[in-house]
Design a protein around this ligand. Structure first.
Ligand code: HMG
Ligand code: MG
Length: 300
């Protein structure tokens, strides 16, 4: 019989993953209001934005302003794919950096215009430099279960990539079901294997909810000993270069699942829903997560 943890950590990715795929530009002030409302709900770890090419992802073009103007609460990540991104992130004052690499080559090429091996060659010296400056580093492993171009990704490929990152000295691995295709058995097996192979590394699960299996996958990951989850308020999100990738699993629904299992997160669901209500008018699709619908019913 497995035992559930007493506490779990939510890493809010709404301001970054949640908004990056929105075609209509969300104003910087609205993003900042969203970030502050999420902080008010008790979020202590958040992906604020990404320093990527504004030609590739116009929605993240205000990254510098977002970092400079966000109140400093807890650990705040910015995503960077390369040296230019790191340079801009440090200039803006970022203290924690997230690199992202696809376990599948085809996805990595579509996403960052490099093979996985080329990305690792580019990133390795950056990780060493950042570690020397005491920067906290997370590595996000995309397409860890399925690739939209290559299909099923073998767990050994993911484990080897994760090991490479750990040998380089990263502090955390966020392992992602980019297109929301994993099932609970696959989630349990991959995270159990990663826990066994990398017992001293912080492991985080990042599920997209395309096929509505994300909560089941989170439960399976809890059984595998994972207690860190990337989630997005309102279930917003998706990667512009992963066709079929819809929103991340919703923060409010994950916190509800964890609350109901007696697992503490320090996060107030109603306040997360309040944050969702601030961003809702600025995004293109309706927000219909379970807990947000309930919130709207009891607050109307
Ligand atoms: P490239 O065209 O090969 O770039 O794109 P390049 O190195 O040839 O440079 C071209 C131009 O881009 C140059 O400017 C560079 O200075 C500029 P120019 O001389 O033409 O004026 N440039 C940059 N500008 C700002 N910030 C930078 C940067 N780098 C170069 N960092 C590149 C390569 C990586 C830049 C591009 O492919 C890119 O920006 N990709 C971003 C893709 C992205 O953001 N994807 C979403 C995030 S990942 C994700 O969502 C998955 C995750 O959630 C987990 C999961 O669910 O799987 C994390
Ligand atoms: Mg994602």
């Amino acid at each position: 019989m497995f035992s559930l943890p007493n506490n779990a950590t939510i890493i809010e990715v709404g301001p970054r993953d949640g908004l990056q795929n929105e075609k209509q530009l969300v104003q910087t002030a609205d993003k900042l209001a969203f970030i502050q409302a999420l902080q008010h709900a008790g979020i202590q770890e958040m992906e604020l934005t990404s320093f990527v090419s504004p030609k590739w992802v116009p929605q993240m073009a205000d990254a510098k302003e977002i970092v400079k103007k966000s109140p400093k609460v807890g650990r705040q990540f910015v995503l960077t794919p390369n040296a230019k991104g790191v340079e801009l992130a440090l200039e803006a004052g970022a203290k924690s950096v997230a690199f992202f690499v696809g376990a599948s080559n085809s996805f990595n090429q579509k996403n960052i215009n490099r093979t996985t091996e080329e990305s690792m060659e580019n990133i390795a010296p950056l990780i060493r430099e950042l570690k020397a400056q005491q920067v906290f580093i997370r590595a996000c492993i995309s397409t860890a279960f399925y690739c939209p171009y290559e299909g099923k990704v073998h767990p050994d490929v993911v484990i080897q990539l994760c090991k490479q990152f750990v040998e380089l000295g990263v502090d955390e691995l966020s392992v992602a079901d980019t297109i929301g295709k994993a099932n609970p058995v696959e989630s349990y097996e991959l995270f159990s294997a990663l826990r066994k192979e990398l017992p001293n590394t912080l492991l985080t699960a990042h599920f997209h909810d395309t096929r509505k299996l994300a909560l089941a996958n989170i439960y399976a990951s809890l059984q595998a000993g994972i207690s860190r989850f990337d989630t997005s308020a309102g279930g917003l999100g998706g990667c512009p270069f992963a066709p079929g990738a819809t929103g991340n699993v919703a923060t409010e629904d994950v916190v509800h699942l964890l609350d109901s299992l007696g697992i503490e997160t320090g996060i107030d669901i109603d306040k997360v829903c309040q944050a969702v209500s601030y961003i809702e008018p600025h995004v293109s699709r309706p927000i219909e997560t379970g807990m947000y619908k309930l919130f709207k019913t009891h607050s109307s």
